[in-house]
Design a protein around this ligand. Structure first.
Ligand code: SF4
Length: 106
């Protein structure tokens, strides 16, 4: 048994889309082409890489503009797979803090 304090894993911010809610307006791809492409049917193709701090404001703008509330910024542990339930941080004040460059909270 170890009594050393556990270190919190580094966290990163990622864009995710809810494919059920998304209806392919494409607004997000127009606002954030650095990380969002479009498939042949107009639905977003999201770059799974972490959104760097310098692009968070643009990412948040795309999230805020989604008419279906289908696009989210999520905080993940470094190295965490996309599948196991990321925590959404895009809504409300937390997302706006991230867009301003505040460190994500665990
Ligand atoms: S803006 Fe929203 S609804 Fe439109 S393509 Fe992007 S995620 Fe889908």
């Amino acid at each position: 048994m170890s009594f050393l304090p556990r270190r919190r894993p580094a966290r990163s911010i990622h864009l995710v889309v809810d494919p059920i809610a998304c209806d392919g307006h494409g607004v997000c791809a127009e606002l954030f082409p650095e990380r969002i492409g479009r498939d042949p049917w107009g639905f977003p193709v999201i770059d799974p890489a972490a959104v760097p701090g310098g692009l968070l404001e643009h990412a948040q703008r795309a999230v805020d503009a989604c008419p279906r509330l289908a696009l989210h910024l999520v905080s993940r542990d470094a190295g965490e797979d996309a599948a196991p339930g990321p925590r959404a941080v895009s809504g409300g004040a937390a997302g706006r803090r991230l867009a301003r460059g505040a460190a994500p909270t665990p």
